[in-house]
Design a protein around this ligand. Sequence first.
Ligand code: SAH
Ligand code: MG
Length: 203
Amino acid sequence: MVKSNYSIIKEIKEYAIDNKIPIMNQEGIDFLTTFIIKYQIKNILEVGTAIGYSSIMMTLCGPNIKVTTIERDEQRYLEAIKNIKKLNLEDRITLIFNDALKTKIEGKYDLIFIDAAKAQNIKFFELFERNLKDGGFIITDNMYFHGLVNKSEKEIKSRNVRGIVRKIKDYITFLKNNDNYNTTIYDIGDGIAVSEKKTRGGV
Ligand code: SAH
Ligand code: MG
């Protein structure tokens, strides 16, 4: 029996739940895919593949969309390869198994999607913005970090989590003060930042 894309994607989501893999939630993925269609995005660079769910969903937004995606965890990378094969998207999704911060990417993209280690967002942004076209977008997931960014430090028990929350707040400040981009943070999913690169010579 040939499985439909729908049932393959459903299995990927179930695998993510069973194995506690933090893939984007439904509201977040709906926003991201609608955005890609609305702005006719064609070339996407993703930081943080996990098991390929968001790469697959973005690629399925149109027949000419291509995604390059980076993952440092070997088990997840191998699972992503399997999932991408199941959907026959090997020609349109390029997987890179490496630490993104040690990865040099060639070429320019319409969209860079940052969804990896939350404390490293400024580093990812600064490393990959050279790969963004003028007028392109950088989208960052988990700006609320499971709702914790809006809590007071006293409410957060783990020192490690407090550290990550502080870094996300630093990233918000970094985005707001960055004059090369217009950033909006949407109260959707786990908080999604959209940073639009201003075109050169623009107002
Ligand atoms: N975008 C995926 C979810 C990614 S979860 C989806 O929604 O389907 C975040 C992933 O980023 C994890 O699998 C983690 O291993 C990876 N990651 C974190 N820091 C990284 C880094 N420096 N380089 C590459 N991958 C990283
Ligand atoms: Mg995420």
